[in-house]
Ligand binder design. Sequence first.
Ligand code: IPE
Ligand code: IPE
Ligand code: MG
Length: 251
Amino acid sequence: MSPMKPGRVLNAEQLKARGRIPRHVAIIMDGNGRWAAKRGVPRLWGHREGRKSVREAVEVSIDLGVEILTLYTFSKENWDRPKREVTGLMRFLMRTLREEVGDLDRGGVRLRTIGRLQDLPTEVRKVVRDATKTLDGNRTLLLQLALSYSGREEILGAVRKMISEAKEKKGGSIRIDERSFARHLDTAGIPDPDLLIRTSGEMRLSNFLLWQVAYSELWVTDTLWPDFRRRHYLTAVADYQKRERRFGRTD
Ligand code: IPE
Ligand code: IPE
Ligand code: MG
């Protein structure tokens, strides 16, 4: 947990000058409900407020030269929340994508999704598809949204794909190693996250990118997602720059 001392945070240019900017940052955006509860307002207000934090996370990623930003937006398990909340979240997702697509385009942001897209209501799928199409070809930042996402499901999906490929192949055998397996995940072709941020203090992965975070650096803050701002992100990156990544080696 990183105590925040406002005013002592290095800016994006200073962090860039130090080198070692994470290529891929993943964020578990948690704490919207608690943000609302603290104020005695409906949970959905917390989700709505989280939009500003998303905008800022995208902006900071661009300023820092982060190549990929993956946001845990909605988990497969989140379908088990009360219908009102689920419907509200879907509505926010559609509205946000529709309203932000212009700015995302101007910022050079490309969109990609991971997760069980087929679970989403048709109209949400359409908005996601349209935004993805509009932003196709942009190269500054890849924004990857995890929607109806489950790390375990993703792994099982990869296993299923490999088995069906093996069945189609003469002889029925295929090569199974880490590289070929990773090519069957939703994140195929995307490097693993270097830095995983979780807001609101929970020390767990909640079924997020289970395969991909094997050697990611973890950074947890007590700050609730709607309160997450530029300075929090910059602090996370400054801390990341001080980490010694060893990948099991001694050097
Ligand atoms: C994260 O905030 C947003 C989603 C999971 C969609 P929560 O809604 O989980 O907020 P808390 O954890 O209850 O505070
Ligand atoms: C993880 O947060 C999912 C998202 C941020 C979308 P949750 O609030 O659903 O996770 P738990 O229930 O605290 O583990
Ligand atoms: Mg939560």
